[in-house]
Design a protein around this ligand. Structure first.
Ligand SMILES: Cc1cc2nc3c(=O)[nH]c(=O)nc-3n(C[C@H](O)[C@H](O)[C@H](O)COP(=O)(O)OP(=O)(O)OC[C@H]3O[C@@H](n4cnc5c(N)ncnc54)[C@H](O)[C@@H]3O)c2cc1C
Length: 401
């Protein structure tokens, strides 16, 4: 049995950021991950503007310059083939970086400020009088069982969070899930410094992407909401292979390209305003708290945002000696104050995009609309959500020319 101030379960972008912040503040932190780093994470590898702001805060931008490919725009290709190119402007850019590399940068940095156990799979939480006071874990190297105690436990263990599950907070809802696949190719032609997003009628709401990586590789994938995927009984892999082979806007570029990875699938728990993520002695952050943007599928930024807010509230709790649900609720309040407009509006956009008829009628307008361009900038390029969209914005979005 070992005692800490804070145990963080999961060393992805959320867990590593939280461990770094708390460790830097002088608290005793244990970071547990079932994987050994560097490890892969199925992702589009788009380290968007929101994430960039938090990477800067961690002092790790130099590592990103050395390891990521720079993008400074987004190209949207509509179902009828028209294109909208949105450039960040003002010399602004962000990165595409394989998660095997990006997560390792954050994780190795977290190691400087916390105790780390890799290859430790958390199997349960330990409770005392209804309060979370630690975790049980298996050391995967020899299958031995271990218990660790702390004043606060942070669930940062991703989409299938064991911490959220054991605390009854991991509900599956097809309306708030995206399913997606990812592959790596090399020698795709005409790859520019843009994130490319293709909307296909059959996979709305969702998109096919081509994101540029260093060394001539690209990250290619497709994702859509589980609700619509189940309704239409679609296979994402079949669609992706079919589009790469036959779509006139894509096939020439893939002639001579080589698939250099398996095609892997994973699930994205998308954000739902005011979803509970705290209790006596614990908080959930990142995917464990279902914080992925419902429109863009971007989750690294919100994982790092929630990690920052959680670290602030836990730091305060440690100062006061108060680990009650009431104190942990401060994290929930701060998080939803920051994210609720963005999540609400982007969920509305996602629902709007599920209507193919509406999309067909509005495509020419939306493609040129300042509102759409602004919204894409905010979601993929900006360093922070300075934009506070509202329901009124949705109507402006539909009507704008
Ligand atoms: C196909 C796909 C494409 C995506 N594209 C993008 C994109 O381009 N940009 C973007 O911003 N987001 C993207 N996302 C979302 C993004 O991957 C996640 O939102 C992000 O990884 C969340 O970070 P996290 O730290 O919360 O969790 P994770 O990155 O999932 O980290 C969780 C960690 O917990 C560990 N863990 C899990 N269970 C246990 C356990 N029982 N015990 C100990 N450790 C455990 C895991 O090993 C892992 O290291 C994509 C997701 C998918 C599936």
């Amino acid at each position: 049995m070992e005692d800490y101030d804070v145990i963080i379960v999961g060393g992805g972008p959320g867990g590593s950021t939280c461990a770094t912040n708390l460790g830097k503040a002088g608290h005793r932190v244990l970071l547990l991950d079932k994987a050994r780093f560097p490890r892969d994470k199925i992702c589009g590898d788009g380290i968007t503007g929101k994430s960039r702001g938090f990477i800067q805060k961690l002092g790790l931008l130099d590592e990103m310059e050395d390891n990521g490919a720079i993008y400074d725009g987004i190209e949207v290709i509509w179902p009828k083939g028209s294109k909208t190119l949105i450039k960040a402007g003002d010399g602004y850019y962000s990165y595409v970086c394989k998660r095997q590399i990006f997560d390792n940068i954050l994780f190795q940095n977290a190691k400087k400020f916390s105790d780390v156990r890799e290859g430790f799979s958390v199997t349960d939480v330990i409770k005392d009088n209804g309060k979370v006071v630690g975790v049980k874990a298996t050391d995967l190297s020899d299958n031995s069982s271990h218990e660790f105690r702390a004043k606060v436990v942070v669930g940062a263990d991703g989409a299938n969070s064991i911490v959220a599950t054991k605390l009854g907070l991991n509900k599956f809802d097809a309306s708030h899930r995206i399913s997606a696949i990812r592959a790596y190719y090399r020698n795709v032609k005409n790859v520019e410094k843009n994130l490319e997003i293709f909307f296909f009628e059959k996979t709305m709401p969702g998109y096919f992407w081509i994101f540029p990586l260093p060394d001539g590789q690209v990250n290619v994938g497709i994702g859509m909401t589980v609700k619509e995927m189940q309704k239409k009984k679609l296979s994402l892999q079949k669609i992706m292979e079919d589009e790469i082979a036959n779509n006139p806007a894509i096939k020439e570029r893939f002639a001579g390209a080589e698939l250099v990875s398996d095609i892997k699938a994973w699930t994205l728990p998308t954000a739902e305003v005011f979803r509970k993520n705290y209790g006596d002695g614990f908080v959930l952050i990142g995917d464990a708290s279902s914080l992925i943007d419902p429109m863009s599928g971007e989750g690294i930024g919100n994982a790092m945002l929630s990690a920052n807010l959680a670290a602030d509230v836990i730091g305060d709790a440690l100062k006061k000696g108060d680990f009650s649900s009431g104190q942990m609720k401060n994290y929930y309040n701060l998080l939803w104050k920051k994210l609720r407009h963005e999540v609400k509006t982007n969920y509305m956009y996602q629902r709007l995009a599920s209507s193919n008829t509406l999309l067909k009628v509005l495509e020419p307008r939306i493609a040129k609309s300042n509102h759409f361009i602004h919204s894409m900038k905010v979601n993929f390029l900006d360093s922070d959500s300075r934009w506070k969209p509202s329901i009124k914005d949705l109507f402006l979005f539909i009507l704008s020319k």
